[in-house]
Each structure stands twice: as C-alpha cells, then as structure tokens.
Design a protein around this ligand. Structure first.
Ligand SMILES: [Fe+2]
Length: 311
C-alpha cells in the first residue's frame, strides 16, 4: 500500500458503522490489505459474529477528513446556538476542542480559526452574548475547559483594550492553543489531586516545548506559537522552560501568562477550590510587585474583567 499511513479503529459493531463509507484495511505480515471498499458495507453477519480481523484500520487521510467533517459540523452548531442556547454553544466549543486535540496536526488545527471567527464576530456584535459563555460549571476540570476559558478571557482582553478585530482573533487563538502540548502529558499527572513529585513537575514543565513543536508545523501567527512557548516565563527569569527575562519575552506572551494564572486560580481543580475573582486579582497584584508579571497588562486585564462582569 505504498506510503499510506494507517490509523487503527475501534473494532466494535456500533463503532464500525461510522466507517461504512470508507476503505477499511487489516494487517498482515506483508503489510496492510484492503478488507472492504468504501462502497461496500460491513455485513450484519460479519458484525454480529465478529468474523472480521481483530485489528482494522483506515487511512490516515480518511481519519483527518472524518475529524474535519466533525469540526465543520460543530462550528455550525456553535454558530447556530451561540445566540439562543449558551449551554449548547459551550458544549459544542468543548467538543470541538476535544476533537481537535485528538489529532493536533496543522490541517486539523486550522479549523480552530473558524471557531475564533464565529466567536469574535459575535463578541463584536454583542459582547453580552459571549460573556454568558464564561459562566463555568464547578468541578469540571479539563485542559479543554481551561483553554475555552482562556480563549474567552483573551477575547475580552483584546476587546476592552481596543485591539482591532484581527488582533482580537490572534489573542483568541493564543488562549485556545497555548496549552496544546498538554495532550502529550499523561493524565495521571495532569489530573493529580496530590502534590506532584519533582520528577512529575519536570514532566509538566515540558508542555510549553511540546506546544511549540505542535504549533510550529502550522501556519499560525508567530505570536500564537511564542505565547504557547513562553506563557510560563516570568519577568524576573524565574519561569520555565528557558528562564527568560522580561526583555526576552514576547509582549503577547506576557498577556497570556496573566490570563493563564488568573484562569487557574479562579477555577476549580482536583487539588483546590475555585478562588473568588478579587482574591485572585490580589495574588496577581502581588506577582506584579514581585516583578513576575507586567503591571500595565495586569491593569488592562483587570479592566477587561470589569467589562466582562467577572468582578
Ligand atoms: Fe501552560
């Protein structure tokens, strides 16, 4: 089968129905062989009796097109529900991010731009509608939720700091993609409700590097890639992964770091309660005093929260 890449599918009757219209393959010692063509169906008898090979595959190109179709559908759902059913819109955004992160390759990541376009367009027409999206349910922590919230805070930051539409979209993308590398960190570390060991923390500290390498293969704005790489750096050089100092850190990364800290403080995590907004702002203010984060961006962010009625 030449240079085709393959992706193993779940070999259960209810799952296989999804692949009715695709070529399906099985593996032999010699390589991958066609099991059924895209215009053939899995026969009921085969499905029920399990008379098919244990391991079935589709081509990687088909996997990408399945994900892209799903992304299109979810973006349409977001467009339709954002004005009329905030909960549904939020659910669709989460699902879209989850689907996107299941295969973060450039052709799949680029669909996220459409999501941002939909949300920013709505925000510019009626901020109130999108502000409703930031109402989060407690005890529901995931990287997806963190990314959704950060995206909304980033859009709010741009809007209330008079950024132009293009820059607001770039900020939104930054928020949505800055932690994309976390998909390569094991869940038992990310979801841990105990203090992490030094070794585990070292593994977590790799995520900006992983984010950068995932995003570098895409054609996103450089600022989006840089903020994924630098959002844990601190002005005094105490951050990671490089320990960069203020003059070495991109300005947009400095904004991202403030929003990232705020989101982490104000939302529930397996190991801590959610903190009220004012208390979180006090902690951020201390970070300003300690020369960790930028004063001007902090003040602008606090002002945007007032605009977003989060204070
Ligand atoms: Fe991060």
């Amino acid at each position: 089968m030449g240079k085709l890449n393959f992706y193993q599918i779940i070999n259960k009757p209810d799952q296989l129905k999804k692949y009715e219209n695709f070529d399906v393959f099985y593996k032999t010692k010699q390589g991958y062989c066609l099991y059924k063509k895209h215009d053939q169906s899995f026969t009921e008898a085969r499905l029920q009796l399990g008379l098919h090979p244990d391991e079935l595959f589709i081509t990687f190109n088909d996997r990408v097109s399945i994900i892209r179709n799903k992304q299109h559908k979810l973006n349409n759902d977001i467009k339709k529900s954002i004005k009329v059913d905030v909960d549904k819109a939020r659910e669709s955004i989460s699902e879209l991010i989850t689907v996107t992160l299941s295969e973060p390759r450039s052709e799949i990541l680029k669909e996220i731009k459409n999501t941002i376009n939909i949300i920013v367009k709505e925000f510019l027409e009626d901020p109130e509608v999108v502000i409703q999206l930031t109402k989060v349910s407690l005890h529901d922590y995931s990287t997806t939720l963190h990314l959704t919230n950060c995206m909304l805070f980033c859009i709010g930051y741009g809007y209330y700091s008079d950024f132009n539409e293009f820059d607001i979209k770039t900020l939104g993308l930054m928020g949505l993609l800055h932690d994309v590398g976390k998909i390569e960190i094991p869940d038992y570390i990310l979801q841990s409700d105990r203090r992490l060991s030094d070794e585990e923390f070292e593994i977590i500290k790799q995520h900006p590097i992983k984010s950068k390498s995932i995003l570098s293969n895409s054609n996103f704005d450089k600022k989006v890639i840089l903020s994924a790489y630098e959002h844990h750096e601190r002005l005094d050089g105490s951050g990671y992964p490089k320990g960069k100092k203020s003059n070495e850190i991109n300005e947009w990364s400095k904004i991202m770091s403030i929003i990232d800290i705020f989101e982490a403080l104000t939302n529930w995590r397996p190991y801590k309660q959610a903190m009220p907004t004012l208390e979180a702002l006090k902690i951020l203010k201390k970070e300003v005093t300690d020369s960790k984060i930028d004063k001007t961006y902090f003040e602008k962010f606090a002002r945007s929260l007032i605009g977003m009625k989060k204070v």
